[in-house]
Structures are given as structure tokens and as C-alpha cells.
Design a protein around this ligand. Sequence first.
Ligand code: R1P
Ligand code: URA
Length: 353
Amino acid sequence: MGAGVMEAGPTGPGTATMRRGGSTAMRRRGFGVLCAARPVVHSVGARGRPAVCSVGASRQMKNANFPLDAEGRTFHLGCRKGEISNRMLSVGDASRAQLLSQFLKPFPNGDPVFNLVSSRGFSITTGVVGDSNTEVSIVTTLMGLANMDFVIRESRAVIDGPMAVVRLGTCGALQPGTLGKVLVPSDGCVLVHRNPDAFTQQSGGSANGDSPSPYLITNPVFPNAELCNGLITQLQRTLPKGPGGIKCGINCTTDSFYSSQGRIAEDFDDRNENLIQRVLGEIPNAVSFEMETFQLLHLASCSKGTIAAAACAIGLAERASNEFMTPAQLVEMEEKAGKAAMDALVSFDLSSL
Ligand code: R1P
Ligand code: URA
């Protein structure tokens, strides 16, 4: 790769220092040192597929309804046809994407593992899982409902045929004794979101004298049963029984890490002192708080039958005991759960959609 060329791994622009610490194996695979940025750089691999591709902000877009640039790349994800697999592993964190890229190998025709970073910080890493000959893309979906919306809509636009998407996230663990377990929303996922109208002076009360609730809880959306069962099977194979194993239930996606997950703040009027109690009262099998799964499952259910989706999340922080996993424990679980999620994607029969 020539001087002045931007070589970017899944961690994206601005993370050169962190990525310099990567393993020799990762550097060999193209996760090297970040150099001076240019808007668009494609470094072509052995047989024509780009090995690294950094998509900048200054591109002329066409079509205000669904913007694409002259190369057919989407506005935010920066991807075009042929770069994302029909089987997608969605992770929030760039270092998780980098860690799990160890399970991707070059393509049978000699093309290297493909890696793209968009100027918005989304990354796509596409390769073949182990000896399966099956392509999977690891996509860094960042945080929140809007980012999951970008990822699913823009990937759908450039992928032909049915898609399977599994999210591996981290979450707040709601049930005692579930710190470090992988929590699987096999029973569904609700959205817990702040109701700004409850905080405005003019909101007043309803006709029966009730004031509007500061947090609203939607009805559940559900994972694709076959993909979710496959994910549970693979997680059970990879993870120990008991502590460090899995727990199934309902996930609560929230529109804030703070207020709508019941974290108490002094700087804001959040009215959330009883929120966790209320959630567990209304949904006794609620296992987790995180921030993207609802949007994934909701969009999949509105995809006219073209997307199967499922999710799981590592219980990073236990809310009742206030405990956090250690970084080493987290990496160990990310590797195990990440491999299980990839194997579930590989085993999924896309023709069932
Ligand atoms: C908050 O810290 C983030 O962590 C969780 C939440 O959903 C939110 O995105 O998931 P990820 O670790 O996948 O980002
Ligand atoms: N992610 C969340 O959204 N909440 C937590 O408590 C931990 C991770």
C-alpha cells in the first residue's frame, strides 16, 4: 500500500493508536496503521476484490430519496453491491468487530478478507467462516436505534436475495445472578422509550386525571424462530452450563443508556426512579437492557419476508448488584458468543425465507 494511502481496519478513522496494539496476525491481515486520510481509497487485493476500502464524506450523492454515489455506494454505510454478505453479524463496538474478524478467512478465489470503513464510522468486514466456504460480514452498527436503521436499510439496498442478521451486543443484566451470561431474547423484545410530552408544561393530565407516563413500553417484536433456535444451539455448544452460560427471556431496547434504563442522574429531570421496578413488574421475564435489538427485529418483521433476524447480548453490568464484568472476561465471552453467532449464521437456511 503506497504512502499517503489510508489503511483502515474495522476500528475506523481516529483509532490508529489503539490499532497499533493489534496482534501480528491482525496486522498481516490488513489491520495496519492508520495514515493520512483521503476521501475514497480502494486497495485492490490479489484477484480484484478490494482488501481495504475507506469511504469518505465528500462524495456527490444522487437521489434525495435514497442517496447513492456514482459507484452505487450508500450514504452512511458506504457500501455497494458485492461487499456485504447475505449473512451479517451486527456488533456495536469496533474492537468487537476486530476481535471477531479472526474467524474470517480469505475467499476461495484468493481475494483477501474485505474491510470497509465509512466516514460515519460504520465498518464492514467480509470473509469466509472457517472451513465452511460460507461468507459472513461483520458489521459495526455503533449505538442506538437510528444507527441500526441505517445499517439494515442500506445493507438491504445493496444485497440481492434473502438476508440473515444476528446481533451480538452487550447489555445491562436485569435478573440477579446473570452477570456475564449471554442473554437471548427468544421470547421477544420491547422498546422502552422516553415520552417527552410527559415533561412539557402543557402536557397536563388526561380526561381521567392521569398524567402522561414519562416512559412508554411497546408491544413485543420477535426473532426469526429458526435463526434464534440455531443461535441458542450454537451458544449452548460453545458456552459452559450454569454461570457464564445463557439465559432466555425478553430484551428491552431503550432509547437512552441513561434515563430509559433507569440510571439516576442529578443533572436532568428524568423521573425514572421506579422504572426498573415497573419494567420487571410488567415483564417478569425481562432479562436485558440494550439499545438496538428492537429496531433490528422490527425492521426484519417489516422487510416483506426478506430478512431473518435474531439477537443475543452479554450481560456486561448487573443492575441489581451494580457489578461489571472485567475486560478480560468480556473478551473471552465476545470470542465464544461471536463464534457461536457466526456458526448460527452459516447454518441458517436462507432459502427458508
Ligand atoms: C451502550 O454502552 C452500548 O452497548 C450495548 C448497547 O446496545 C449500546 O449500543 O451494545 P453494544 O455493546 O453492541 O454497543
Ligand atoms: N449496554 C447497555 O445498553 N446497558 C448496559 O447496562 C450495559 C451495556
